[in-house]
Design a binder for this molecule. Structure first.
Ligand code: ATP
Ligand code: MG
Length: 275
């Protein structure tokens, strides 16, 4: 952190990739990826990442998170809050595609897990966990003492989101979090996420295979090419003014979606590596 940053808590960039290449053996997974997400005052950006299967989207998130074996990059630099990533840290949290709850813990104990790791006393942990159970739209009385096996997919994903946001991370990494949900539940989860994200002022990286979801949620969309992945298109998007089901019918929205669909279709036919 520079002296100026230390003075006002402001950084140049939340995340900065400079010519990042990752190879596993002689296979190049991502190639020369360069982008930066500036630190805006009182606002975290929502970055949506689209790209064909196997192009390195999860790799990008795991490089930001500092998770092996994707971390460290083979070439180039990954900076988080202006410093090279050296390990996972409490400023970053990841929500995975498969609901990663502890099966032997209740909902509230799952949500409280991170606080427990931080040594927060039991009574405070329970109170804060219950607040978050309610915030993600679960019923405290009915659901807080349930086990993950007693929950639907949508409910489990609410638990995963509560478990992440309770820790107030600066950067939230979401890897296809709604991929397994039915369309209606998915719309509800998108609305919930927008609401919670505004409140949290975190920067979100959100991987999805849904172009509509990327355009609805993203302030910015990055499209990655087929393997080895590199950014081939960046689109900046004004914030949604309507709930998702109405937004889907807006002309500007439809045009953005078709533009991105054309880019993605071009990719699918040009290479099939990584399939
Ligand atoms: N630990 C590993 N060792 C070797 N190769 C790996 C490893 N992890 C991922 N890969 C390869 O890296 C490439 C990119 O993987 P990654 O998981 O980042 O893709 P993705 O874009 O997230 O794909 P999907 O959309 O299917 O989730 C794939 O070809 C994959 O086989
Ligand atoms: Mg992936």
């Amino acid at each position: 952190m520079s002296d100026a940053a230390a003075a006002d808590g402001q950084y140049a960039n939340v995340v900065d990739f400079r010519h990042v290449t990752k190879r596993f053996g002689n296979i190049t997974v991502i190639r020369d990826v360069t982008f930066s997400v500036p630190d805006l005052p009182n606002k975290g950006e929502f970055i949506a990442i689209l790209g064909p299967s196997g192009c390195g989207k999860s790799t990008v998130l795991r490089l930001i998170a500092g998770l092996r074996p994707h971390y460290p990059a083979t070439e180039g630099t990954v900076l988080v809050l202006d410093k090279p990533v050296t390990r996972p840290g409490s400023d970053r949290s990841m929500v995975f595609q498969d609901y990663t709850s502890f099966d032997n813990r209740t909902v509230e104990d799952n949500v409280a897990f991170g606080l427990e790791c931080r040594g927060v006393p039991a009574a405070e942990r329970r109170e804060r966990a219950r607040e978050w159970v309610a915030k993600v739209g679960l019923d405290v009385k009915r659901d807080a003492t349930k086990y993950p096996s007693e929950l639907s997919g949508g409910m489990r994903q609410r638990v995963a989101i509560a478990r992440t946001l309770i820790l107030s991370p600066r950067i939230i990494l979401m890897d296809e979090p709604f991929g397994a949900l039915d369309p209606t539940t998915r719309l509800h989860m998108q609305e919930l996420l927008v609401h919670l994200w505004k409140e949290a002022q975190a920067t979100v990286f959100f991987v999805t295979h849904s172009i509509e979801e990327a355009v609805y949620l993203g302030d910015r969309v990055y499209v990655f090419s087929s393997s080895p992945g590199t950014i081939i298109r960046e689109m900046t998007i004004p914030p949604p003014t309507l709930p998702p089901k109405d937004m889907l019918r807006e002309r500007a929205f439809i045009e953005r979606v078709s533009e991105l669909r054309d880019v993605m279709d071009g990719l699918a036919t040009s290479t099939r590596a990584g399939d």
